[in-house]
Structure formats: structure tokens, C-alpha cells
Design a protein around this ligand. Structure first.
Ligand code: AMP
Length: 431
């Protein structure tokens, strides 16, 4: 058998490919990225691109040593003679904040809104909606701790998914407070779970030791049963005055703007540099366990990466594949792919280069394709239709001598005679 692509990766294919699904359709990815770009850039976000691989330390500090991503899912990059100290990025935030610090972006007007998209890599157990190479759209706002920034970021996420036509989405919003609030909560959890150690899974025990909050988003069913039995108090009960006020303001903005959300005390993000607002976007069609998008404030991240000053930041990222699965579940129709405005064929071999020249000359205004060999009218029109062309034209010796084209509108059958010199004008008005 010919060589196959690695497990957990997908090819994004052109329209018309056999066995095309929404989450492998290249045009669908493009549509999601363009829609996100439109919404985010109108809000002032600028595009940024960072490397696909970064120092291992950036990923370890930026994502957190206690996470599954760092413990089990990192792709290490080796090259000849190298120690393997680079990691394929598993998410975008750490690289973006590194780029902000390294390139002095602090000098730009604050808060700085950035967006990016691209592949991310995690060596996960592969399932539907869980890949080893997947693609994210990522929005980050750096340089402000104002709750208005949090609310706007959430509203923008909702705007993006609505612009994509998604309906059954829900923002689940929480706050994980300030570090001292979290320390108090962790102490409470430790005291609560320690007497029941024997009932916790190995993973649960490890979480209790390293970072008790993360027990709450563990996947072991036995742990979840214990959590339910113990009637665990939510993180929200432990918010200090300032964090509670911040959370109140975020909600007040969202309420005032009519952005739909529900507070969800189970949202936990256990890493030290996360602060305050945290949320997920869920969709009924994709399943409760898998969020379409995760977001949160990370005011401690810049210092974790070596900055002397604290730099507040907040952001979210969604996986395009999962979003496309949700769009499929919601029955969202993507705009159909469009064929060329004009398909041009010559009837005699000596006129093929002329057809090519006319076609290339009209490409400043529209997509124009031509036949590389002389074609009989039947074949030419059939090819034009297969490509989804709007107009088709044949160049015979008469048309070549007179410098005119007879364009046929493939759907209506209407015919129009246009001089070669007028073709661009005609197509810009009629394509
Ligand atoms: P996270 O950085 O884990 O909060 O992930 C943010 C979003 O990226 C998730 O909500 C998913 O939409 C997407 N995502 C994360 N991991 C994967 C994966 N292995 N395969 C596909 N999408 C993923």
C-alpha cells in the first residue's frame, strides 16, 4: 500500500474530491478563518503569526507541567545533531505572549488585540473531534485587566460563531479568582478529598497532590461520582472581594448587551497563571465533554515566561474541526464553491495560445480558465459545466480573425458578443 498520512491528521481537500466531509473540506476551513477574520479585525484585532515549534520550556511553563498536554502529549522536534529541545506548539497563547514580550509590542496602543490561526499538535488518543494535528483560531487581548475587555472577548466569540450560523451554542462562564482565592479553594479541596483517597483513581490522586482543582475536571467516572456525593462547594464561593467584583462586572456587561451565557461553577483552569474569568463554549451536537472553545484571563503568564513586569492578558481559541462538526450538526450550509466566471476553449490547435492569452488578460477582474488543447464545442461546454463556469466561449478562426468572443451563459443559454478588449469590463459587470 502507498504511504498513508499519520494517525490523527487530516488532509484538507479541494471541492469535488470523493469522500469529502465538512471537516476535511479545505474551502470550509477557509470560510471559518475568513469569517473569524472579518469579525475580529472589525473589532481592531491584528494578525500575528508565530513559529510552529518553540522552546520546550515555553510550552512547559506556558501550558503547565501538571497538564496532560505537557505530561503525555508533546511532540518533540529533533534535527540532526540536536538535543530535541523544541516542541511542536500544542496551543497558541504561550507563543503569542512570548512574541509580545520579545518584540516589544508593549509600545503599541494598549490593549493590543491579536488574532492568529494555524495547526496545533497534541499526541492525544484519536477520536472524532480529537486529532493530533488540529487547527485553531485564536484571539488574544494583551495589556488590560479591565472586565470590559473580558466581556468584549466573550461577545466577539459569540459574534464569530453566530456569523458562522451556529445556533445551539452556550457560553459557560466562571471565575477562578486570584491566586490567594485559589490557594484557599485548593486547601478546602485537599481537606475534603484526603479522607476518601482510596476511592480516587490514580489520576485523581495525582491531581489531588499536584493541583486539587483539577480533580473537578478529571474524566474518571468514579472520581466524578465521589465529587457528586461530597457536594463540593464551587470555586465561585471562594472569590475574594476584588475578583468577585470583576466577575460581577463581566456579567453585567454581558447582560446589558444581551450576550447569552450561563454561570458554571465547574469551570476550572488549574494553572497558576490563570486569573479570574474563564469560560467554555459548548454545543449540544458535539457532546457535553468536548468544548468547542476555551477561554480565560492569564494575568500571570508573562511573568511565568520571564517578564519582570506583570502583563495582563485574556484570550480564547476554538478548534476549527470541532466547529465544523457543530456546524454540520446544526445543518449550516456553507456558501457553495464557485467555478470560473469564464471558461475559454479554442477549436483549433493554432488558436490555443490566443485563448490562453485572452484568459490570462482577464484575470485582473475574475477567475478565468482555458483549455490546454483544442476542443470540439460539445466537449468544451461539458468541461465548462463540470468546472461550474458561469460563461463559456469558443474561439474559432472567425473569432480569432475578428477579435471577438461569443460568450454563452451556461445556465440561461443567453449569448453575448464581446470584443477581446472589452472582456475585462464585461466580466467585472456580469460575472
Ligand atoms: P484548549 O487549548 O485545550 O482549551 O482547546 C481549545 C479548543 O481547541 C478546544 O475547545 C477544541 O475546539 C480544540 N481542540 C483542543 N484539542 C483538540 C484536539 N486534540 N483535536 C481537535 N480539536 C482540539
Amino acid at each position: 500500500m502507498a504511504i498513508q498520512r499519520p494517525k490523527g491528521t487530516q488532509d484538507h481537500l479541494p471541492d469535488g474530491s470523493p469522500k469529502l466531509s465538512l471537516d476535511t473540506r479545505a474551502a470550509a476551513f477557509q470560510y471559518v478563518r475568513q469569517t473569524a477574520q472579518r469579525v475580529l479585525e472589525r473589532a481592531g484585532a491584528q494578525f500575528i503569526d508565530t513559529p510552529l515549534f518553540e522552546e520546550a520550556d515555553l510550552v512547559k511553563r506556558g501550558v503547565g507541567g501538571s497538564t496532560d498536554i505537557v505530561r503525555k502529549e508533546m511532540f518533540t522536534v529533533y534535527y540532526f545533531g540536536d538535543h530535541g529541545g523544541y516542541i511542536l506548539r500544542p496551543e497558541g497563547t504561550a507563543g503569542l505572549v512570548r512574541a509580545y514580550l520579545q518584540n516589544g509590542l508593549k509600545q503599541l496602543p494598549a490593549p493590543l488585540k491579536l488574532w492568529t490561526h494555524g495547526p496545533m499538535f497534541r499526541a492525544e488518543n484519536v477520536q472524532k473531534g480529537r486529532l493530533r494535528q488540529f487547527h485553531q483560531v485564536d484571539y488574544e487581548v494583551i495589556g488590560s485587566a479591565d472586565p470590559l475587555v473580558d466581556a468584549e472577548a466573550i461577545a466577539l466569540l459569540v459574534d464569530v460563531v453566530r456569523a458562522l450560523g451556529l445556533k445551539q451554542v452556550k457560553v459557560k462562564l466562571g471565575s477562578i479568582g486570584d491566586p490567594e482565592d485559589r490557594a484557599a479553594y485548593n486547601e478546602y479541596l485537599r481537606a475534603l478529598f484526603t479522607p476518601h483517597l482510596d476511592r480516587l483513581s490514580e489520576d485523581g490522586k495525582a491531581r489531588l497532590e499536584r493541583n486539587p482543582m483539577r480533580i473537578l475536571d478529571g474524566k474518571a467516572p468514579g472520581d466524578q461520582e465521589l465529587i457528586a456525593e461530597l457536594n463540593v462547594r464551587p470555586m465561585l464561593d471562594f472569590l475574594g472581594t476584588e475578583a468577585a467584583a470583576h466577575f460581577g462586572e463581566v456579567q453585567a456587561h454581558l447582560d446589558a448587551w444581551g450576550v447569552p451565557y450561563e454561570t458554571d461553577p465547574s469551570i476550572v483552569r488549574g494553572l497558576d497563571y490563570y486569573r479570574r474569568t474563564a469560560w467554555e463554549l459548548h454545543h449540544e451536537g458535539v457532546g457535553a465533554k468536548s468544548a468547542l472553545c476555551g477561554g480565560g484571563r492569564y494575568d500571570g503568564l508573562a511573568q511565568e515566561l520571564g517578564s519582570k513586569e506583570a502583563v495582563p492578558g485574556i484570550g480564547w481559541a476554538f478548534g476549527i474541526e470541532r466547529l465544523l462538526l457543530a456546524m454540520e450538526a446544526d445543518g449550516v450550509e456553507l456558501p457553495p464553491s464557485r467555478g470560473p466566471a469564464l471558461y475559454l476553449a479554442a477549436m483549433d490547435p493554432e488558436n490555443v495560445p490566443l485563448a490562453a492569452r485572452i484568459a490570462m488578460g482577464a484575470r485582473d477582474v475574475a477567475r478565468v480558465e482555458f483549455a490546454y488543447r483544442a476542443q470540439k464545442p460539445g466537449n468544451a461546454f461539458r468541461d465548462a459545466e463540470r468546472r461550474g463556469a458561469t460563461w463559456a466561449a469558443l474561439i474559432g478562426s472567425d473569432e480569432a480573425a475578428r477579435g471577438v468572443l461569443t460568450l454563452k451563459h451556461l445556465q440561461s443559454g443567453e449569448q453575448r458578443e464581446v470584443t477581446a478588449g472589452d472582456l475585462s469590463n464585461f466580466l467585472s459587470e456580469n460575472a
